[in-house]
Design a protein around this ligand. Structure first.
Ligand SMILES: C[S@@+](CC[C@H](N)C(=O)[O-])C[C@H]1O[C@@H](n2cnc3c(N)ncnc32)[C@H](O)[C@@H]1O
Length: 206
């Protein structure tokens, strides 16, 4: 399964440019708004899980953050981001790993995931993800997790997804997390269709 996952995403990033990726957005405005709500500041540490070729990490560097990491299982995505996001990319730590098998070596103030958790359609993978999330966040830290909403598409990048509302997502994540804020978002794909997302801001207890 893990190999299939890597080959799927390597193929996507080798064959398609950003304008052909349904999830691409030039301006990650909702993520940035929720970062502000979480109290993220220039001294905060942030990791973007499955960051792909997102502009989110570069926007954080522009805002003055000095400790920003991007994790993705696709080397092709990370290479492209490193090239596209220059010079900000020189200040970003790039981690090539599958979040469900990754061994984190430190903690972060904020975990950001837009459109990754929803691909975890089996319970073991979800448990592995939540284990990393809990190990990575400092007590009192925040997570922003965006998935397709209940009325969103049933597939993303041709793969089946699990759709959530913020309450359902909170239940899956467990009692360690409390929901702080939620946003609905109709994401316009680069070719003009709409995808319904939910963004949840959660806080991990002490
Ligand atoms: C739909 S894209 C979203 C990319 C980015 N978060 C954004 O908002 O533009 C999903 C991304 O997650 C990565 N990915 C999928 N499964 C993953 C996993 N288990 N571990 C790490 N990255 C993963 C893919 O390579 C891809 O870059």
């Amino acid at each position: 399964m893990a190999d299939e996952r890597v080959s799927h995403w390597e193929g996507v990033y080798r064959e398609k440019d950003d304008s052909q990726l349904s999830w691409h957005q030039d301006d990650p405005s909702i993520s940035l708004e929720l970062c502000d709500m979480a109290g993220v500041h220039s001294g905060s540490s942030v990791i973007d899980i499955g960051g792909g070729t997102s502009r989110f990490a570069a926007r954080l560097i522009e805002k003055g953050l000095r400790d920003v990491s991007v994790l993705d299982l696709s080397e092709a995505a990370l290479d492209r981001s490193r090239r596209h996001l220059k010079p900000a990319s020189d200040q970003i730590k790039w981690i090539a790993a599958d979040v469900t098998t990754w061994t984190p070596s430190r903690s972060y103030d904020l975990w950001h995931d837009r459109a990754v958790f929803h691909f975890l359609i089996n319970a073991d993978d979800r448990a592995a993800y939540i284990d990393r999330l809990r190990r990575c966040l400092r007590p009192g830290g925040h997570a922003i997790i965006a998935t397709f909403a209940l009325d969103g598409p049933e597939k993303c990048s041709g793969l089946p997804v699990v759709r959530y509302d913020p309450q359902g997502l909170s239940e899956v994540l467990g009692d360690a997390f409390s929901l702080v804020a939620e946003r609905r978002h109709m994401h316009p794909t680069p070719w003009g269709s709409a995808q319904s997302f939910q963004f949840s801001l959660l806080r991990m207890g002490q």
